[in-house]
Design a binder for this molecule. Sequence first.
Ligand code: AMP
Length: 323
Amino acid sequence: YGSVKSMDEIEAVGHRIVHGGAYFSESVLLTDEVLAKLELCRDLAPLHTGAHIMGIQGCLAAMPKTPQVLVFDTAFHTASMPDYAYVYPVSYDMYEKYAVRRYGAHGTSHRYVSGECIKLLGGKAEGTKIVTCHLGNGSSISAVKNGKVVDTSMGMTPMEGLVMGTRCGDMDPTIVEYLAHSLNKSLEEVMVILNKKSGVLGISGVSSDFRDLDKASNEGNERAKLAVEVFSYRTAKYIGSYIAAMNGVDAIVFTAGLGENNIVVREQVLNHFGYMGITLDKEANQIRGEEKIISTPDSKVTVAVIPTNEELAIAHETVALLK
Ligand code: AMP
C-alpha cells in the first residue's frame, strides 16, 4: 500500500512469540543466545516456534541491522504466577527434568486488557483484583492481582482450561486412553480429535463459530444451545475459582472475538454471579467490539468489555525495550 517506502524506515520489529517456556519471563532484544534458547522451546509449541524462527530469520535477512524484539505470550504469566498455581500434581521430577508446568497463553492480551482495566479503576495497579476473560476461538482466563498474574487457565499447552472452538479444554485425562481403546486409534490420532474436532464444534456438530451456534440455537437446534451453555457454565466456574484465588474481585473484563461480540455468552456467564451483587446492565450489554462498562452503576463489581489490541501491546513492548 506504499506505507513503507524503504526497509530503512522500519526502526524495530516486534515479534509475537507463542511460547517462551521457562526461559523468557519478559520481552527481550534478539541476540544469537536468545535465538538458541528459542530453539529449545520448539517442543512446547512445535508448529508455532518453527514459524516464529522463520519469521525472525526472514526479518534478519531483509533488515540485518534493525533491532528485533521478541514478545512472549507466556511471559505475563510466567513472570509472576506463584509455584502453587503452576506446579502440576504429578511427580516433581516431571517439573524439574522436563519442565512440565503451567505456562499459560494469550499473555499479551491479558496484559493489555488488564492494563486498560486498571486505568478504568483509577490508574493504580496496587490493590486491584481483576479477572480477564479472553474468549475467542481459543479461550483463556487470568486472575490479575496488583497488575500481576496469579493464575491462568491455559496450561503447559493451550489445550487446558475453557471449552474452545475445537479444543476440549479441561477433561478427565483417562478419556484419552479410553478413546484410544474404544476407537482403536493411536494416542496421536486421539489428540487430533481432542484438538480439532472437540469443543463447541464437537458438542454441537454444527460449527466452532459462535455466530453459527447462536443462529442454530435460535432455530431450535438443541445441541448448538447445549454447546453454548457448556461454554458459559465452565467460563463462570473459572471466574468463580479466580475470585477465590484472589480473595475478591474488583472487575471482570471480556475481550477477544467472542468476549467483545457475543451478548448471549456474556449474559449467561454473568447470571451466575447475582449472589455476589454483580448486576448486568442489559442495555449496555448490547454492544459489540467497543470499550464499555456493562455492569450497572450499583453493581458491586465493575464488568467491562475491553477490545484487545495485541499488536499495539507488542509495539509498546518493542519501543520500551529500545529506550
Ligand atoms: P477470535 O478467535 O478472537 O477471532 O474469536 C472468534 C470467535 O469470536 C468466533 O466464535 C466468532 O463467532 C466470534 N466473533 C468474532 N467476531 C464476531 C462478531 N462481529 N459478532 C459475533 N461474534 C463474533
